[in-house]
Write a new protein. Structure first.
Length: 401
């Protein structure tokens, strides 16, 4: 086998996880870092909910990839096709083979539009949108602001998705806009959730129950969108408790596609063989692969059972960086451990937000002193709109937060 390049640390994916880990490794003194990434644009994806809700411009979420990559990192522009952990190599789509001493896998999550019949076609039609892509998020706002009456459906799939609060956030932003315009009374809002409750942490679930009731939202728990008829504008929803199917005719719909590990990860020796979603099988605390000690993973493609959010990545990145550095130094045990911390900033109106923070045990884990974040607050809105983007671009991506 011909090795076209070799790096002490090879990172797959230049999203928030890959860039943050690269910056931290550089600061720890590791200089030979390669980063495989096909995209020329870097996105701050948490802003897309606000784009869809008419509270932020799409352009504020995008910057050139080159501008966020740490200086000194070798950018391998391409998409990974295969990984051979036994040989410690990765093959890129253009045929190049790259070797590594340590591999960090963080390619993000895959949007599986075709798993729900009709969904892929629906998002090409003017009545359906999704905040889960940069291109579609502005359409969501177009649909919301043009709607004066009818039925609006907001859906969430079963299984892990990135930013699990996002399917609810846009429903609240839309309902609040319609309330401000005086048309909410003429709009039926249906929120389809696969879970038995509004949120996995009881204190936040109770607050979101109050928010949904305030807007008169019909919440379908234990339910999923299983089929869309784009031409007839029918959404087929299954309630898993009694197993009943219902067809809801909609005037606008916001969908969230089912999600899984990228196909190349699923097909690789890195995937958890017991998980059909194919996430990289890692120790939930050290974030090291359970069968291949030279491999680490973090972010949305990892199998750790935390909520897949940017806040989780912010806590995982220093753990991976420390453990990779220790591994390269020959440490017998890894020094850093991740406790499952994640947070979900949930917009409850166009001016308020609920900051849900929790760990693996779904315990409330507040990090802001003297502030009760278990209730929706206006100051948390400013954190979401301005504070967190500043933290992301200026500190997190530079390995300083």
């Amino acid at each position: 086998m011909t090795i076209d390049a070799h790096h002490q640390v090879l990172i797959v994916g230049a999203g928030s996880a890959g860039v943050s880990v690269a910056a931290r490794l550089l600061r720890s003194g590791i200089r030979d870092i390669g980063l495989v990434e096909p995209s020329a644009t870097h996105y701050y994806q948490p802003l897309w909910t606000l784009v869809g809700g008419g509270r932020a411009p799409a352009r504020a979420s995008a910057r050139p990839q080159r501008s966020v990559l740490p200086k000194g990192v070798s950018w391998i522009r391409g998409r990974v096709e295969t990984v051979a952990p036994g040989e410690r190599t990765v093959t890129v789509a253009d045929g190049r083979t790259v070797g590594y001493d340590r591999l960090v896998v963080c390619p993000g999550i895959q949007l599986d539009w075709n798993r729900v019949p009709g969904m892929a076609q629906a998002v090409t039609e003017p009545h359906t949108s999704s905040n889960y892509t940069y291109e579609l998020a502005p359409r969501t706002w177009d649909l919301i602001r043009s709607m004066r009456s009818g039925t609006a459906v907001f859906t969430m799939p079963a299984g892990p998705v990135k930013c699990g609060g996002a399917p609810q956030k846009i429903a609240y932003l839309a309902a609040d806009h319609w309330r401000e315009q005086g048309v909410l009374k003429d709009i039926r809002v249906v929120l389809v959730l696969p879970t038995p409750g509004m949120f996995g942490v009881p204190v936040f679930a109770a607050e979101l129950e109050r928010v949904a009731a305030r807007y008169g939202i019909e919440v379908r728990r234990n339910s999923e969108l299983v089929e869309v008829d784009p031409d007839g504008r029918d959404a087929v929803v299954v309630d898993h408790a009694p197993g009943a199917r219902e067809s809801v005719r909609f005037d606008m719909m916001h969908v969230v596609p089912p999600q899984s590990a990228p196909d190349w990860v699923k097909a690789s020796p890195l995937a958890d063989p017991a998980d059909p979603a194919g996430y990289v099988e890692i120790d939930r605390h050290t974030l090291r692969h359970v069968r291949h000690p030279d491999v680490f993973a973090l972010g949305d493609a990892g199998s750790s059972p935390n909520s897949k959010t940017g806040a989780a990545i912010r806590k995982q990145a220093p753990v991976v960086a420390r453990n990779v550095a220790a591994s390269l130094a020959g440490a017998e045990s890894l020094p850093a451990s991740y406790d499952g911390y994640s947070s979900c900033p949930i917009t409850t109106s166009r001016h308020t937000m609920l900051l849900a923070e929790f760990d693996y045990a779904l315990r409330h884990r507040p990090t802001l002193p003297l502030i009760d974040t278990t209730h929706e607050r206006r100051d948390m809105w400013y954190l979401k709109r301005y504070g967190l983007p500043f933290l992301y671009w200026n500190l997190m991506l530079r390995g300083r937060a």
